[in-house]
Design a protein around this ligand. Sequence first.
Ligand code: ADP
Ligand code: MG
Length: 242
Amino acid sequence: NEQDVPEAIQDGKANNKKSKTAAAPTFADLNLDSRLVQAINSEKFATPTPVQTKAIPLALAGQDVLARAKTGSGKTLAYLLPLLHAILARHASDGKKVARTTALILVPTKELATQVTGALKTFTAFCAGGIRFENISRKEDPAVTKARLAEKPDVVVATPGQASKWLDQEALQVDGLRHLVIDEADLVLNYGYEDDLQTLSTALPPGVQKIMTSATLRTEIDTLTALFFPDAAKPAILDLSA
Ligand code: ADP
Ligand code: MG
């Protein structure tokens, strides 16, 4: 995975002669799809937060990222924007011919699944229905969940328990997966989902990008590394918790 961090973010604006400190990065510096920028503008978000500034270029470059930053620091968009950008880019190149679930977002609770799904709705609002997503952690008739998964939504949001259950029943297909996100990874482990993560990790095709976020990560890093980074490539670790 090549690292391709835009210069503006590494060094600040080259023509900013006023000070030696880097200029505050803007969303424009991140080179995101214009439909995502429209959504960002409609939310009136002026600048990316520090974790977004650091994580988005790495994620766009295809890197695995483990980001630690405090609650409320904007971690959702730090993974969601690069994820949506990658999906839009693939849709543009394959003409959306094949419906395929390419992203799985794992969260510790149903409540967080609802929140993340809300963010998906907001930030795909200008994609003209081009990105399909499903939250499968809601309480509903299993036949309904199964039917929603059968549509092969681009993005599935779930607790690891639901994801591994539907994987076992062959309703959730992970063979086309390109991105795996584990949001609040420490809670996911502390809520007893390690076995489900194990099931999911062994089912992943090679080359899936992994992005994990958390407010706190201590010993959990070792468990996540053993599960998802057993050999060579290790994730970029961003620590903005200070
Ligand atoms: P975390 O997951 O780190 O706890 P969230 O991703 O839930 O944080 O974001 C916290 C709040 O900040 C949300 O209401 C979100 O919409 C808002 N937010 C995220 N990014 C930005 C930004 N760049 N500018 C302004 N507000 C933002
Ligand atoms: Mg969060």
